[in-house]
Design a protein around this ligand. Structure first.
Ligand code: NAP
Length: 345
C-alpha cells in the first residue's frame, strides 16, 4: 500500500501543515489517483479562515477539490478507468469525515462518475483547472432546481435564448460561457476590458465592463429584443458582500428582460433584496447525486479531444509539492485575473 501525505488544516486560520496521512483504498465505484497537479479555489482560503462550523470540518482535517493525476487503484465495479490512466476529477470532501476525497494530499479517492480521462496532449496542471469551476457553474446552469438549461452537446444548435454570465473571466464564468454555448445559448458576459478577448474566444457574443457605472443599464439594453435564459451571478470573493453587485445587477437585468426571471447565485444574497417576480438561488447543487457531474465529466473529455472546449482560466503554477499549497491559497487570497492557481506534485 502506498504511503500517503496530506496538507492538514489543524484549526481555524492556521497554515497548512504537511504530515503523513492514511491511504484509502477505493470502494466499488471509486478510483484512487496519485495526484500530479492540484488547483486552488476561492473556497479554500474561505474554509481555512472560517473553518469548522460552516464546512463541517473535524480538525485535523484535509480539504481541496481539484485534482489531476494517474489512476493507481480501481474499485471492483469501475469500468471507465484502469490503473495508469491519466485523469482529472473533483474530490468530494465536504461533510465527509475521513477526508479520503480531499485534493490536498498525495493520493485522492474519486467517484468514477466525478472523473474523466485527460487528452494525451494535455498536462496535469491544465486538466486540474476544470473540476470545481465546471461543476459549480454546471450545477447552476443545468441543475433542475436552478436554471435547468438544455445540456451541452458536441454539435450544438442555437435555441434562440440568451444567458447572462456575470464574471466571464473567472473560473466559474469561463466554464459557464463554454458550457452554455455548447448547449446552444447565446452568452452575454462581463469582465475587465483586458479579458474581453478571452471571453469572446470562449464563445461570448458581447462583453461588458463590470467596473462601468452603467453596467446594469448596458446589460438591460443588450437584452432588449432577446429571450433571456436567466443569469448566473458569479462576482468575486473580494467584492463587498461577496459579489453583492454581481447579484444586484443580474437581478435587475433578469427583472427587466423577457424570458426566464431566474438568477443562479455563486454567493449568498439577502432574501429581502430579491425583487418581486425574480427567483434567485445560491448554487448548492449536489452534482454527484443529481447526475449533472456525471454528464459534465462525460461531455468534457470529448469536447477537449475535439478542441471544442478551452483550458480556462489558464493555470498559474506557484510551486511543486504539498508544501506549496499554502502559497497557492495565499495567491488566491491576493486575487487572480483569468488564472487558476495550481501546485504540481
Ligand atoms: N457553489 C457555489 O456557489 C460556488 C462554488 C465555487 C465558487 N463560488 C464563488 O464564486 C466566486 C468565483 O469563484 P471563481 O473560482 O470562479 O473565482 P476566480 O476565478 O478566482 O475569480 C477571479 C475573477 O473574478 C473577477 N472579478 C474580480 N472582481 C470582480 C467583481 N467585483 N465583479 C465581478 N467579477 C470580478 C476577475 O475578473 P477580471 O480580472 O476580468 O476583472 C477575475 O478574473 C467566488 O466568490 C467563489 O467563492 C461559489
Amino acid at each position: 500500500m502506498p504511503s500517503n501525505t496530506a496538507a492538514y488544516l489543524l484549526g481555524p486560520k492556521l497554515p497548512l501543515e504537511v504530515r503523513p496521512a492514511p491511504y484509502h483504498s477505493p470502494e466499488d465505484d471509486e478510483i484512487v489517483i496519485k495526484n500530479g497537479a492540484i488547483a486552488i479555489n476561492p473556497a479554500d482560503p474561505i474554509v481555512q479562515s472560517t473553518g469548522a462550523e460552516m464546512f463541517q470540518l473535524k480538525y485535523p482535517d484535509v480539504v481541496g477539490e481539484d485534482v489531476a493525476g494517474e489512476v493507481c487503484e480501481i474499485g471492483s465495479n469501475v469500468t471507465r478507468f484502469k490503473t495508469g490512466d491519466r485523469v482529472f476529477g473533483m474530490g468530494l470532501w465536504m461533510g465527509k469525515p475521513g477526508y479520503k476525497g480531499a485534493a490536498f494530499q498525495a493520493y485522492t479517492v474519486l467517484k468514477e462518475t466525478m472523473a474523466a480521462p485527460i487528452p494525451a496532449s494535455m498536462s496535469y496542471e491544465s486538466a486540474a483547472v476544470f473540476p470545481l469551476g465546471m461543476c459549480s457553474s454546471g450545477g447552476g446552469l443545468f441543475g433542475k432546481e436552478y436554471l435547468a438549461l438544455d445540456y451541452p452537446s458536441l454539435t450544438p444548435k442555437p435555441n434562440g435564448k440568451t444567458l447572462l454570465v456575470y464574471s466571464g473571466s473567472s473560473s466559474l464564468g469561463s466554464n459557464a460561457i463554454q458550457l452554455a454555448v455548447a448547449a446552444g445559448y447565446e452568452v452575454i458576459t462581463t469582465a475587465s476590458p483586458k479579458n474581453f478577448d478571452l471571453c469572446k474566444k470562449l464563445g461570448a457574443s458581447q462583453v461588458f465592463d463590470y467596473n462601468s457605472s452603467t453596467i446594469a443599464e448596458d446589460l438591460i439594453a443588450a437584452f432588449k429584443g432577446k429571450v433571456s435564459a436567466g443569469a448566473i451571478a458569479i462576482g468575486s470573493m473580494f467584492a463587498e458582500g461577496n459579489g453583492a453587485s454581481a447579484a444586484e445587477v443580474c437581478l435587475r437585468v433578469a427583472k427587466e428582460s423577457e424570458g426566464a426571471k431566474f438568477v443562479a447565485m455563486a454567493m449568498q444574497f439577502p432574501e429581502e433584496k430579491i425583487p418581486e417576480g425574480v427567483i434567485a438561488k445560491w448554487i448548492m447543487e449536489d452534482v454527484h447525486s443529481s447526475g449533472v457531474g456525471k454528464m459534465l465529466f462525460e461531455f468534457l473529455p470529448e469536447a477537449l479531444a475535439q478542441n471544442k472546449y478551452k483550458v480556462a482560466p489558464e493555470p498559474l503554477v506557484v510551486g511543486k509539492g504539498l508544501e506549496n499549497l499554502q502559497a497557492g491559497i495565499d495567491a488566491v487570497m491576493k486575487g487572480v485575473s483569468a488564472k487558476k492557481i495550481v501546485v504540481t506534485m
